[in-house]
Each structure stands twice: as structure tokens, then as C-alpha cells.
Design a protein around this ligand. Structure first.
Ligand code: 8X3
Length: 245
């Protein structure tokens, strides 16, 4: 029986790249996201990928995903994102709520729904795609910093609570990754502002780089738990130390 990997947020960026990569590694991949058309195009193109519509902010949608699965060996909690870069003093409560709902509660809903399957598999891997924003705070990080710190903390708690069970709890925390949508969402669709983030940066990470790291983490032998993998482009020595040319 082939092992099954579920990837949330799989319609673009790191999620899509991870779905493609895990299919190439021989997994049956369930690519889950809101945008059905993009998922169907992905599933039609790549053998081994199945599309499932998923909104991680809806318990009903998450329950439907869980009941559509025969098994789940690997769960990649990738769905997430940032909205806005306002200072805390003027941040929009609705944006903070949305970021918490997707990044934290979305991860919680999917994890709760699929954890029994991961345990049943006998060698489950629960991987959280967090961010350096979950480790280091920065001006304008606001609700995204808060949400990613919460997700990082949840990951640490889960690893403690699941010790002795056949599930590894892995965190991958990337820095600057140039994807088609992350920055665009953060800047509310302003593509010039979104592009400026990567302007002159020699070699930001790509979705493929992160998918490569994720694939490495989930294909280690069963006794090896990669607790946290932090990755940045060579040009980003720290959150506030980005080299541009
Ligand atoms: C995105 C990375 O540095 O913009 O998760 O917070 S950063």
C-alpha cells in the first residue's frame, strides 16, 4: 500500500511545490485547498495527486476531508499567510482574527481531524510549515508574528504530548521565500509593493527549495525526528540583515 500525504494550501506556492515533490517521492498525495480549479489542473497534470476542496477555517470542510481519506501517513499543515504590515497600534482586529483562524486554528482543526489516522499508520509525520516570523518578531509583523509564534508553540506542545506514539512532529520555518502569492496577500493585492520585498535580493528561497527541505524531513527513517528546520536565503543573515544589490 502506498503511503498517503495530505498537503493543505496546495493550490499554489510552497503547498503546490510540496504536493508535486511528494508525488515524485512515491506518495499518494491529497492536494487540499479552497481553489478547486487550480487543484484539478494540478491533479490532471501530476500522476499520484488527488484534489480535495478544503477550507481550513470551516470545521465541516475539515471533517469532509478526514472522511474522504482511507489513510494518512503524512500531514503537511501548510495553509496560512499574512495580511497587512500595519503597526500593532493601528492593526485591524479583523485581519488579526483571520490570520489566527487560518494559521493557528486551521492547523488545529486539520491536526485534530487527521491525528487518529497518523497514529494508525504506525509511522505518521505531522509537519508544520511555520516561518521565521514564529521565532523572531519584527516591526509590522503584528498579527502574523503573533499567529506564527502560536503555531510554533502548538508544534512544541504536540511533540511533548505525542511522545511514545508513532508520530513525528516536525517544523519547517523558512525566511524569505519568493512565491507568487504570499507577499501579494500581505500587501492586499498591491503587486508593486509585493515585488519590492524581493527587489535586488540575490536568490531568495523558492517554493522548490522549501519543498525539498520538507521532502527530506518526511523521508528520514522512522526514529529520526527533525524538530525544527530553519532555512533562509544566503542573502538573509537575519530578519533585519538582508543583502540587496
Ligand atoms: C514569511 C517570512 O520573514 O516575511 O513567513 O516573516 S517573513
Amino acid at each position: 500500500m502506498k503511503r498517503t500525504a495530505v498537503v493543505t494550501g496546495a493550490s499554489s506556492g510552497i503547498g503546490e511545490a510540496t504536493a508535486r515533490r511528494l508525488a515524485a517521492e512515491g506518495f499518494d498525495v491529497v492536494a487540499a485547498a479552497r481553489r478547486r480549479e487550480r487543484l484539478e489542473a494540478l491533479a490532471a497534470e501530476v500522476p499520484g495527486i488527488r484534489a480535495v476542496t478544503l477550507d481550513v477555517t470551516s470545521q465541516e470542510s475539515v471533517d469532509e476531508l478526514a472522511s474522504s481519506l482511507d489513510r494518512c501517513d503524512v500531514l503537511i499543515n501548510n495553509a496560512g499567510g499574512a495580511i497587512g504590515l500595519e503597526p500593532v497600534a493601528s492593526g485591524d482586529v479583523a485581519d488579526w482574527q483571520r490570520m489566527y483562524d487560518v494559521n493557528v486554528l486551521g492547523t488545529l482543526r486539520v491536526t485534530q481531524a487527521l491525528l487518529p489516522r497518523l497514529i494508525e499508520s504506525g509511522d505518521g509525520v505531522l509537519l508544520m510549515l511555520t516561518s521565521v516570523a514564529g521565532l523572531v518578531s519584527y516591526e509590522g509583523g503584528g498579527g502574523y508574528n503573533a499567529a506564527k509564534h502560536a503555531q510554533t508553540s502548538m508544534t512544541e506542545v504536540l511533540r511533548l504530548e505525542l511522545v511514545g506514539r508513532p508520530v513525528r512532529v516536525v517544523e519547517v520555518a523558512p525566511g524569505l521565500v519568493h512565491t507568487e502569492e504570499f507577499s501579494l496577500n500581505r500587501f492586499r493585492g498591491d503587486s508593486a509593493a509585493a515585488d519590492e520585498v524581493y527587489q535586488g535580493v540575490p536568490g531568495p528561497l523558492t517554493a522548490h527549495d522549501v519543498a525539498d527541505a520538507i521532502a527530506w524531513c518526511v523521508t528520514r527513517p522512522a526514529h529520526v525526528n527533525i524538530d525544527r528546520l530553519v532555512m533562509r536565503p544566503r542573502a538573509q543573515a537575519a530578519q533585519h540583515k538582508l543583502h540587496r544589490i
